[in-house]
Design a protein around this ligand. Sequence first.
Ligand code: PEP
Ligand code: MN
Length: 341
Amino acid sequence: MDIIVLKPSAKDKDIRHIVKKLESKGLRSHVSKGTERTIIGVIGDTSKISEDEVAGVRAIDAVEDVMRIIKPYKLASREFKKESTVIDVGGVKIGGKKIPIIAGPCAVESKVIVKNIATKVKDAGASFIRGGAFKPRTSPYSFQGLGEEGLKILAHAREKTGLQVVTEIMDPRDLDVMVQYSDIIQIGARNMQNFRLLLEVGTINKPVLLKRGLSATIKEWLMAAEYIMSKGNLNVILCERGIRTFETSTRNTLDLSAIPVLKEQTHLPVIVDPSHAVGKRSLVAPMSKAAVAAGADGLLIEVHTDPEEALSDGEQSLTPDAFAELINELIPIAKAVGRSI
Ligand code: PEP
Ligand code: MN
């Protein structure tokens, strides 16, 4: 907490109370009395002051607002690390000049389907195969995924194509098998604030793809990244996948401005998932292009050889041909912003 703004009604005794409170925390104050209101500048190492302690100061009647200069997230902040983080996943760099593409079905459905999709997206230029083995479905009666069998299918596709595997973890109890079979572990939007799960993936040495929560602010999202990083795993990739708004024409609203905002605030790579953001096949290509233009470090795109028969998210899945065409169209856009696909 660096600046405390007092209400116009604040009295000298309120100021003395706050100054004393700060002193008890080892901090000094600089009281500046203006014509309208008084502002207290806090001097000292405020980085150790917790959010709860800040809330305590904010709760004082005479206090109008408390502004923190030091960000509540530290390891994730640009202040902590000026250079952008480049994460090397088996030779594929995320956060560098080249923009890697993660592609694949929503869910792992069968060995043959995943292998076919993997072969096709690899030919088109993807670096990662994705697919859920543990699916976070809204309805308990919808297809929940193949579990460990699905992870084995992904590993088999990696063996056949050389693509690396991205898949979602839902339960800390699956951590060991997830580590065994995948190259990047995804935390889905619904689990962005599952703090125990975040702490668990913070202990492993595999990169974590952290999706933005359905209604999460950028600050909450960075705090979630901080949870993972606080346990020692600094390889966090942020994935914007659309947020809930009042708009119903798309499944979610893709927050493209999150990309440049995050680039200012964090050194972590930022990728975009246009598929879950728009929820509709025809909108995936334009938003992929916009994401690359806005500075995305990677894309996550759902692709299925037979979207009509897909067990989940068929409406937003591209066919392999449409995916290949999109990759070609992205090449000049990446070049225009000093990147490559
Ligand atoms: C997914 O990537 O399959 C998924 C469920 O996405 P999200 O968590 O963004 O909804
Ligand atoms: Mn999906």
